[in-house]
Design a binder for this molecule. Sequence first.
Ligand code: COA
Ligand code: MG
Length: 296
Amino acid sequence: MTSPLKPRRSVLYMPGSNARALEKAKTLDVDCLILDLEDAVAPDSKAMAREQIVSAVKGGGYGDREVVIRVNGLDTPWGEDDLKAAIEAGPDAVLVPKVNEPADLQRVAHKLVLGQAPASLKLWAMMETPLAMLNAAAIGACGRDPEVRLSCFVMGTNDLAKETRAQLNPGRAVMLPWLMTCLTAARAGGIDILDGVYNAFNDMEGFAAECAQGAEMGMDGKTLIHPKQIEACHEAFSPSEEEIAWARKINDLFDLPENANKGAIQVDGKMVERLHADMGLRAIAIADAIAARSKS
Ligand code: COA
Ligand code: MG
């Protein structure tokens, strides 16, 4: 990817109808915010939430945090107005719910062009329907199409459980095929992917385990529902000191003249290839981006 690495470890949802949350978000140590107009907002509050979000985003004060507005689908009574409001507000991205196929994103992207949204306004896609699981590769491929401007997948595990009737239990065994399918589709399309939310926000042990699982899968970060979840999330999705030390060590070894012509070397009893050194460079770049963010 050509754009600079952006840490997307912690991505906190908040209902657009909750003015206090929109304000509090300016002080939270979080990488991204999703200001929601969709499932977290009741039908009677949609118009109020839309106005609050526009004025909050226009008012600024969110610093380095990426700001994303989740709109209602274009097939709902609110979708068109939400999209117009999002263009007016100027967030970093618009999150499209319940995407089933590439055409769902293409339609939104076309409306962004008609509404003269800047090219810097990206699309994110909720992956949360049975059709999205079956069409994941085609949807992910939108990441390679500049006209669609897709930059991130967000797993919607609650909707997925509802629509498939699969149960969302600790360990998420039955969800793993979908999570990994979407992860693979995101990587094939060159985009980021965020894990679904953990509903029991007082269960810190269960939450930490699910964060660790998401990090192991290769997720870039996790969507959150409560500020309490931020710290453990950062713990899981930030490269550890040992990882960075190892990354530096193997890169230094490959830089030595005696290793210049080698593709694989032995380090501490393990085979290390140049691809491992490249993976290490990515971890270092993420750690640097996190450090730069926390300084600002
Ligand atoms: N974003 C920002 N601030 C939040 C927040 C969030 N998602 N959730 C809670 N807070 C704030 C509260 O405003 C409160 O702030 P205060 O102490 O300054 O008044 C503080 O954190 C403690 O909140 P708490 O009383 O523990 O939670 P609650 O009972 O008010 O709310 C939820 C619980 C689940 C309703 C709320 O966390 C929430 O709305 N989460 C997001 C839901 C969502 O957007 N879902 C859609 C996608 S799954
Ligand atoms: Mg949903």
